[in-house]
Write a protein that binds this ligand. Structure first.
Ligand code: AMP
Ligand code: MG
Length: 347
């Protein structure tokens, strides 16, 4: 019996931020032939970590290579930071004419639009003009001008993005539209990295891309992957709640990583499409779903909806569970959806 314990404290500090910290551990690996290996590479503007079980370092290395190559390929298609990405070329070329896109890009846009419809536009990948304005504002250290916000908002709106599944084409209603998949692409990339690993025989793995984690089968001899979510209770005391999951994904959205502090307010990098403003609700939302693309998009969406509407939305979606942590000075208020602690193997 080999004992193996792997901690990813930096990662969790990274994605759960101030009020929610988590650690991941695996203990007592029972299959002696398999060892846990971890690979880390920078992709999609963050460090992506992959953990898997393999017989030796050489085979783990080639598995990491294949998985990271797939993530890199997806970044090339879905990034709005890379000027020549498929996404950015689409934003330029699809104005008033249908443009054929890759299956990856179509699938992500299709999923995004379905979350947009179900959340009445709280999730909206056409917010590029606003998210770019806020990116600049974070660099400059002040909130964008009202006129610039109005102007950017006038080029946004998920109803201006049209998809044709039969021809796999995309059409945009206006020039100056800009698509931004920052709220959904990492989750999809995590799913696809797991799929590559599965195809080459690595069925027990985890992929962590910033706040988006996807898990396949449990580690050998285990019931699932343990995730500890450290938080503060109503009295401001630390406590840990744990989940054991497999074949599922967990995403956390909030303002801990990217934000602008301006005149006593913290503006998140997540934009409320109704106002064009960065969220100031101090929420951190963790969503569990069968796939990363779903957990990623829906954690961003639930952050915009806020505690009350967000929780009602999650309860209505049988594939989703969520934990909402609302931060106020010195303490946190926690709300869990009814399925949050009943989650196990979701596929
Ligand atoms: P996440 O960290 O997954 O919650 O995604 C946040 C990122 O999604 C932001 O940095 C933007 O790129 C993008 N984004 C911001 N607001 C929204 C929104 N309301 N709907 C969809 N994507 C958004
Ligand atoms: Mg997201």
């Amino acid at each position: 019996m080999m004992s193996n314990r792997v901690g990813l404290p930096k990662l969790f500090k990274y994605f759960f931020g101030l009020s929610v910290l988590a650690t991941l551990c695996i203990a007592e690996v029972s299959a002696p032939a398999l060892r846990s290996f971890e690979g880390v590479e920078p992709h999609m503007g963050t460090l992506v970590r992959i953990q898997l079980y393999a017989g030796d370092a050489g085979s783990a290395e080639s598995a990491f290579r294949a998985a990271f190559d797939r993530i890199s390929q997806l970044d090339g298609a879905l990034s709005d930071y890379k000027p020549d990405s498929e996404l950015n070329r689409l934003s330029q070329s699809a104005v008033n004419r249908p443009v054929k896109v890759s299956e990856d890009l179509f699938h992500v846009l299709e999923t995004a639009q379905s979350v947009a419809v179900r959340t009445d536009g709280a999730f909206d990948v056409t917010l590029g003009p606003l998210t770019h304005l806020w990116r600049e504002a974070r660099k400059q250290g002040h909130v964008p001008e009202a006129r610039a916000l109005r102007q950017a908002a006038s080029h946004c709106g998920y109803r201006k993005l049209h998809l044709d599944r039969a021809n796999r084409t995309v059409l945009l209603d206006e020039a100056a539209m800009q698509l931004d998949l920052g709220g959904i692409a990492k989750g999809y990339a995590a799913d696809e990295a797991l799929a590559v690993l599965k195809k080459t025989g690595y069925r027990s793995a985890l992929v962590a891309a910033s706040g988006d984690l996807a898990f396949s089968d449990p580690p050998p001899g285990r019931r699932g992957w343990g995730i500890g979510i450290d938080s503060l209770d109503a009295a401001g005391q630390p406590f840990t709640s744990t989940l054991t999951i497999a074949n599922a994904a967990v995403s956390t959205s909030g303002d801990s990583e990217q934000h602008l502090d301006y005149r006593d307010k913290r503006y998140s990098h997540i934009i409320d499409p109704r106002t064009g403003m960065g969220l100031t609700n101090g929420l951190t939302v963790t969503v569990v779903a069968p796939t990363g693309i779903e957990s990623d998009a829906n954690s961003t969406a639930a952050s915009v909806l806020g505690c009350k509407l967000g929780l009602a939305f999650i309860e209505n979606q049988p594939r989703l569970a969520a934990l909402f942590v609302e931060r106020t000075i010195g303490r946190s208020h926690l709300l869990e959806s009814t399925r949050f602690h009943k989650i196990g193997d979701m596929n």
